[in-house]
Design a protein around this ligand. Sequence first.
Ligand SMILES: Cc1ncc(COP(=O)(O)O)c(C=O)c1O
Length: 424
Amino acid sequence: MRNDDIFNESKLYMPGGVNSPVRAFKDVPMNPPVIKSGSGAYIYDEDGNKYIDFVCSWGPMILGHCDEDVVKAIKDTSERAISFGATTELELQLAKYICTTVDNVEMLRMVNSGTEATMSAVKLARGYTGRNRIIKFAGCYHGHFDDFLVEAGSGVMTEGIPGSAGVPEDSIKNTLVAQYNDISSVEDIFKQQGSDVAAVIVEPVAGNMGVIPGDENFLKSLRALCDENGALLIFDEVMSGFRVAYKGAQSIYKIKPDLTTMAKIIGGGLPCGAYGGRKDIMEKLSPLGPVYQAGTMSGNPLVMAAGITTLRKLHDHPEYYVHLEKLGKKLEDGVRNIAEQKKLPVVINRCGAMFALFFTEDSKVKNYSDAKKCDTGIFAKYFTHMIKKGIYVAPSQFEAVFLNVKHTEEDVDRFLQAFNSFEI
Ligand SMILES: Cc1ncc(COP(=O)(O)O)c(C=O)c1O
């Protein structure tokens, strides 16, 4: 079957033809290609088109598609262990690996997605502090948990809806929204409701309103405000973990969150998530403590095997991060030069292997209000142009461009050539 036939028939059986809304390409004037296979930096659709993939499954595929070691780990493990719902040594290996690698994670719990990680971390913070309120930032996305669906960035933004139907007022009454990179907006909330705030949850490098790195002083002040007010600081590193640096964004900023949420890369491309942090907090989780959270598939052997293999490979090849930075810089400089020459209204933000190109007349994009000023009409034209040239980027102005270690300088040149021939 061809791309359009599969997509059209999918619509009969899955809402919008997809299992996650952004895949439906609603913001751009075309049907999504239906992806058949991937290898290294490339993906192939059912019509036989080849694309250089700059989505990388929205982040996880940092080693590229079907990395031979990850494939082998999954194959070998599947011969003897698919799922037991019981303790395995593989879980220990991945948990120990992450705890001894990520500086502020002493203990962790595996779950099955980023959403599960963030919602469980918030529940734990509430259980630990005995408080209900949380502070999140406009434009930050932490998954589809009801309490987070207020000014929730990318997917919700692309759909053009303010939050989501089906979320009772009661679910969001404890969610207080502050402005990213604006510490005074957080101070104001703490002044009024500080003693009720269980946690501040933040993407240290925001990746769901395009890419917006947190200002160092902003993040440091968040740490201080949480300490002053007895609230926990949760870094949502679902996207940035093992991507912007091996030890995550917290290692770049040198800030100690109380809890960290992870997913994407730690599962090596299989469904995964984890949350972890200070031992005294993690020990409040059932069966040790009173905060209940569980999962039949959590710590699944295949996922653990793919995750360990991915993280070990990243560890054993520090040159990968050098390569990613080099390509990221080349992409950033190249796009900036082309935009200047062609007088395109573009702002570029980047942190390591996460990159965003905003179509805006402004000179900076530092928060959600800035991001929302982008011209999504120009983005749609850019997107259609790029995909026709075989460059697969996310079909939304508010998603990141991701690099993987199999991308080459030639792949980045191809991106730049395609961008160079783009006319508004
Ligand atoms: C920062 C962040 N947190 C949480 C999530 C939710 O993760 P998942 O889609 O695995 O539920 C995402 C997803 O993109 C994310 O980027």
